[in-house]
Design a protein around this ligand. Structure first.
Ligand SMILES: [Zn+2]
Length: 92
């Protein structure tokens, strides 16, 4: 199991903000229980709330599989946390 969730450049402390929560839930993408689950907003055809681990969001595989985005496009603006999530960076 990974020790720490991936780092999002524009959202340096997603655990403190509540976007990533410690959870034993299984990720619907990688089907692993990695100790953390993404609890922020998602915009997608299927229900993904509290269903994806942050690693699958960080590496883009969640977006690829579900065609999901994780920000409200209307609220996204450059240099915001939302922008950072939209253009996800790989874990350090
Ligand atoms: Zn996953």
């Amino acid at each position: 199991m990974d020790l720490d969730p991936p780092v999002f450049r524009y959202h340096p402390n997603p655990i403190a903000s509540g976007s990533i929560v410690a959870s034993g839930a299984q990720c619907v993408r990688c089907e692993q229980r990695r100790g953390f689950i993404y609890a922020g907003p998602s915009y997608c055809e299927v229900e993904l709330d509290v269903a994806l681990c942050p690693w699958c969001i960080a590496d883009g595989s969640a977006h690829e599989k579900f065609d999901a985005s994780f920000v409200d496009e209307a609220l996204a603006r450059p240099r915001s946390w939302a922008y950072g999530v939209r253009f996800l960076l790989p874990p350090l």
